[in-house]
Ligand binder design. Structure first.
Ligand code: 3UK
Length: 527
């Protein structure tokens, strides 16, 4: 009996790797990495070899493996090799501290660790603390290198068979986890199922990006982020298209260079990067050829209108702002090609539903701000071992995003900040994002973050931290910025205090960490 043909079996590695070969795309480029071009035939073989290597080491259905991998082809081999045998890969951020890996390993109880050599060297001192860990599989810089007493990924993989039958998983089996950083508390293990990537692919990637075999994707967001995992891996692979992997940090220079060299058609970035790229060009006067791009994507935080306009003016290509989350796997509200309302997160992606509710859970009419809830089949199964948080976050079919939004009459969604970052000033909601966007429109402002502080009457007032572009802070500049906001927005929204700083605290994804600024405020006022 053909269980797969009957739809009883489903394995994401079969869908995203084997299917392209079966469709006759074996000779097409799947991955561009430095000078290497990896075709679908070879990709399938490497995934099979990695799966066989893991099987030979004893990995079975549901066994977890932590992946601490840079954006190199081995990331993709490990991720899909594990999934193909039914094991559960957990890619995590490569820029963390040793104690964070201790947390990831012990919290997930992963038996195996696949890790690039340079990162292992930094965390090796902690190895006695990894309570459940059995195998350490090191990805060395070259195959011939010794990996000490540990397993050498390249040697083991190359020795393994190139043929592999997928495990008997079905669409609701666990496929992989991601850790969600969150603004407070420990990271949460987000459990995604075999069918989740296909859902995000067939909705956002197909219906919004219209991705096809002809495309070539470049993601500035690393593969271990949910955003990069789609843009840099399963979107292009699912379409039989190609991906460009860049191991190095996504600086403006590196990104311009990668676009000129590999000529991608779709680029995935975050607002801070677009801002830095625009700034880089205006500072250096250098010109770059971005004509290969047919569309750019921005996510992670709201894209300031000014960045959208400037980019369009410079390169004549749209940046589609869309909101996604690790829990939802990818983007569920988005602007569309040829249909962009700059400053908004666009409309609901087909396949998802969204509603905005008040504190009582009642749906709100247009133009009223409330909590954004979404529904759609790529939403995670839940958090690992967090019973109370699961009850609050995953309510029936609805995911509570934790974001404040309103929807205009035309169905475009406007981001107003995180539920926990919102300020109530004089009894009225003030969105820190709105004030920041206003400040960013001022010609001397590079970055801005707004948080609440209490005045002498314990009332909330907005305070702005501002990074200036090549300007020395002054009282005049402070007054000018206050007046600038007063002119643009309702009077009560202007920042009563402005502090100039050299840089803003940000997460690895480039999100401004307002909670860090709030902590700074608390510790300063305690002194
Ligand atoms: C915020 C946005 C305004 C919002 C992500 C694309 O960022 C991603 O996932 P995370 O789990 O964070 C989710 C939260 O980030 N956010 C994301 N995009 C936007 N706010 N406008 C946006 N365009 O607070 C959301 O709840 O790190 C992005 C695809 C997959 C992702 N996981």
């Amino acid at each position: 009996m053909d269980l797969r043909g009957l739809g009883l079996l489903y394995n994401a590695a079969v869908r995203f790797i084997d299917e392209s070969v079966e469709k006759g795309l074996g000779d097409k480029i799947a991955i561009c990495y430095r000078d290497e071009r990896i075709h679908y035939n070879e990709l399938q073989e490497k995934v099979n070899q990695t799966g066989n290597m893991l099987r030979e080491l004893g990995y079975k259905l549901e066994d977890r493996l932590l992946m601490v991998c840079h954006d190199t082809p081995e990331f993709i081999y490990s991720f899909f090799g594990a999934i193909k045998i039914g094991a559960v890969p957990i890619p995590v951020n490569t820029m963390m501290k040793p104690s964070d890996y201790e947390y990831f390993l012990n919290n997930s109880r992963a038996k195996g660790l696949i890790i690039h050599e340079d990162i292992w060297e930094k965390i090796e001192v902690y190895k006695e603390r990894f309570c459940f860990l059995k195998d350490i599989i090191i990805i060395p810089d070259s195959e011939s290198e010794q990996s000490g007493t540990h397993l050498n990924f390249l040697q083991l993989m190359n020795r393994a068979s190139k043929k592999l039958d997928a495990a008997m998983t079905n669409k609701d089996d666990q496929a992989f986890w991601l850790f969600s950083s969150g603004s407070t508390g420990n990271p949460k293990g987000v459990i995604h199922l075999q069918h989740d990537m296909e859902y995000a692919f067939s909705t956002y990637a197909k219906k919004i990006l219209h991705i096809s075999e002809e495309d070539r994707c470049l993601s500035a967001s690393k593969l271990f982020f949910a955003y990069g995992l789609g843009g840099g891996m399963y979107f292009p692979l699912g379409a039989g298209a190609s991906t460009v992997l860049v191991k190095e940090r996504a600086t403006p220079e590196a990104m311009f260079q990668a676009i000129e060299t590999y000529k991608p058609t779709i680029f995935f970035g975050v607002p801070t990067l677009y801002g830095a790229m625009i700034d880089y060009v205006s500072r250096t006067g250098k010109q770059f050829d971005l004509s290969s791009l047919r569309v750019c994507v921005s996510a992670g935080e709201a894209l300031p209108k000014a960045f959208y306009r400037k980019w369009k003016e410079m390169y004549n290509v749209d940046i589609l702002d869309g909101i996604g989350s690790t829990e939802a796997l990818h983007i569920f509200l988005s602007n569309r090609i040829g249909d962009v309302k700059a400053g908004s997160s666009g409309k609901v992606v087909p396949g998802y539903e969204a509603k905005i509710v008040d504190e009582m859970g009642r749906e709100l009419p247009p133009n009223e701000m409330g909590d954004l809830l979404i529904r759609g089949d790529s939403i995670a199964h839940g958090y690992w071992n967090l019973h109370e948080q699961n009850k609050k976050k995953f309510v029936g079919e609805w995911l509570h995003t934790g974001d404040k939004y309103y929807k205009d009459e035309e169905g475009y969604f406007w981001y107003c900040g995180r539920s926990d970052d919102m300020l109530k000033v004089g009894g009225i909601w003030v969105s820190p994002v709105e004030v920041e966007n206003c400040l960013l429109q001022h010609e001397n402002v590079l970055e801005a973050a707004v948080v609440s502080v209490q005045n002498e009457n314990n009332l909330v007032i907005p305070k702005a931290y501002v990074v200036l572009k090549d300007r020395t802070p002054s009282k005049e500049m402070e007054d000018e910025l206050k007046n600038f906001v007063k002119q643009q927005l309702a009077h009560y929204k202007y920042p009563r205090i402005i502090e100039f700083i050299d840089e803003l605290p940000k997460t690895a994804t480039g999100k401004i960490q307002r909670f860090k600024l709030r902590e700074l405020l608390k510790s300063n006022s305690a002194q």
